[in-house]
Unconditional design. Sequence first.
Length: 102
Amino acid sequence: MSKIFVIANFYPKNGKNDQIKKIINKMVTPTRLEEGNETYNFYEVRNDNDKNISFHLFEVYKNSLALNFHRNTSYYKNYRSEIVDLLDKPIEAKILTSIDSI
């Protein structure tokens, strides 16, 4: 089995940035403690006025079983239910499998 890479993008509704940041931040520690997680990094994009306009997760899992484990945790299910109404559009998640990477 090969590693799984995930890029997840979040676009907040106006005024919801702080709430979204707090919800995703609660995911960082427990996810990083998962045996199958190798990377769980949280980023933001800011506009010219230094306001965050989007948030992004870059995740690496040892294999698809590790990703499935993550998606079945209570904190993952809670975050998904808490965040959905705060977003301007659905979460954009891309699951990448390597064709040629180092």
